[in-house]
Design a protein around this ligand. Sequence first.
Ligand code: ADP
Length: 507
Amino acid sequence: MVIRSIRWRLQLWLGFLLVGVLAGFGLMVHQLQGVTQRGLLKEDLERRVAALNLAVRGGGGPASGGPRSLGGPSEEEAREVRRIPPLEFRGSGDRQRPMGPPPDGPGMSRSGRPQARIPEGAFELALSGGPPGGHAAVWSREGVLLRRTEVGPPELPIPRRPGRSTQMLFRDRDGLLECYQFTELGDCVLAGRSLQPLERAQRRLAWNLAGVGAAVLALGLGGGWWLSTRALRPVEEIRAAAERISGGALSERIATTEPDSEVGRLAGVLNATFDRLEAAFVRQRRFTDDAAHELRTPLAVLLVEAQSALSRDRSPEEYRETLKASLATAQQMRRLTDSLLQLARLDEGDGLGTALPLDLGEVARAQAEALRPLAIQKGLLLEVLTSSAPVCGDAERLGQVVTNLVANAIQYTPSGGTVKVRTVASGDDCSLVVEDSGIGIAVEDLPHVFDRFFRADRARRRAEGHSGLGLAICRAIVEAHQGRISVESAPGVGSVFSVRIPVGKAA
Ligand code: ADP
C-alpha cells in the first residue's frame, strides 16, 4: 500500500538521493580533513627532524656558542622557544649520556670516526616552535640512543635505514607517526607524535557531520513531503471528480485553476472526453427512447387489428383486409428494425462490405435511373449528369445513399419540379450532388436533418411509414468512407445535398 503511493515512492527516492549525496559529501569532508591534518603533522615532524639533524651535525643553538648553521633556528625562533615549556629529556640507561660527551671522548667514537654531538640546548630548541607535545630521539651511528625526550613511548627502537639513504622517512607504529632521517655520518634523528589527537578530532568531525547530515535529511524529507503533497493535490482532485462522474454525475467537470500546467492540460483532455461521453450517452438514450417509441406505434396497430378481428365473427373479406393491414404494419416494423440494425453495425464500424475501387458516377446513374419511373409518375424532370468519379468503397451502401437522397428529392418536390443528379471528380475528392426544386427545409430544421428519427413533420411522416432514419444512415455510410455529407436548402426554393468522398486508389 505504502509503495503503491506515488507520494511515498517520491519520498523514498528523495531519501535515497539525500542519504547518498550527504554520505558522499560527509565522507569526502572527513577524508579531506584527515589528509590535511596528517599532512600538517608530517610537515611539523619534518621541520623538527630537520632542526634536530642540524643540531646533531653541530649546528648552532643558543647554548652552543658556535656559528649558526644554515637552516637552523633563528634568533626569533629561539626567543619563541623560551615561551614554550621546555621538553623533558631523560637518559637511556647506561647506553646514553644525555648531556655530556660520549664515553670515548667528545666527538669521537670507538672506531675513531667523528661522533654525533648535541650541543647544550640545541635539542630543546630543535623541538620547539610547532604545536606542543611529541617525542624525539637521537641515535649514534652505532645505534646507541644518545638522547630522547622524557615523554613518548617506552619502547623507541631505532628505525631501519634503507641502504645509505639520507632522505626523511616516515613510519606508523602503535598509533604513532614518526619521521626520521639518517645523517651522512650515519647518526639517526627521529621526531614523532601520537596519532590519537588526530583520530579523536576525526571522530568528533564524523559525529558533527552525521548530526548536520541528519538535520539536512530531515529538512529535505519534510520539504519533499510538502512539495509532493502540493504537486499531487490537483491529481487527487481529478480522481475525486472522475469518481463522481463515473458515479452518475455526468455533467460534472474537473475544475482547474492552471489550464496550461501539465495537470491542467490533463484535466482539459479528461473534460473533453467527459463531454464526448456525455453527448454519446445522451444520444444513445434518445436513440433508445426513439426506437422504442417508433416500434410501439406499429405494435399497437397490430394489437388493435388482431383484437378487433377476434372480437366477433367476421367475413372472409374482412379477415383478408385485417391481414393485409397487419402485413403492411409488420413490413414497416421490419424496415425500421433493419434500419436500426444497419445503423448499429455502422456505429460499430462493420456496416460496410469489402471496399473495392468503383465509379461513383456509374453507381449514381444506375440508382437514379431505377427511380426514374417514380419521378415520371410524380410529373418531375429527372436530370442525371454523371461523369467518372473513382472512389474506393462498398458499391451497395453507396448506392443506398444515392437512392435515399434521390427518393427524398422526388418525395419533397411537387409535380412539375426538377431533380438533378450530378457526380464529378475534382482534386482529391469525388462529389455527388442531388438537387431538387422542392419544398426546401426550414432553417431551424437544417442542423437536425441528419439526426436519427428526425422528420420535419413527425406525425404525418410516421403515418406514411417514414422512420426518419434515411439521412442518418446516409451520413453513417458516407463517414464510413471517410467522406462528408452536407445540405443547403431554402424553403420554397429547393434543397441541395452534397456528398464528398476521397478519390479512391485502384486496388
Ligand atoms: P424520412 O424521409 O424517412 O422521413 P429522412 O432521414 O430521409 O427520413 O429525412 C429526414 C427529414 O428530412 C424528412 O422527414 C424531411 O423533413 C427532411 N428532408 C429530407 N430530404 C428532403 C428534401 N429533399 N427536401 C425537403 N426536406 C427533406
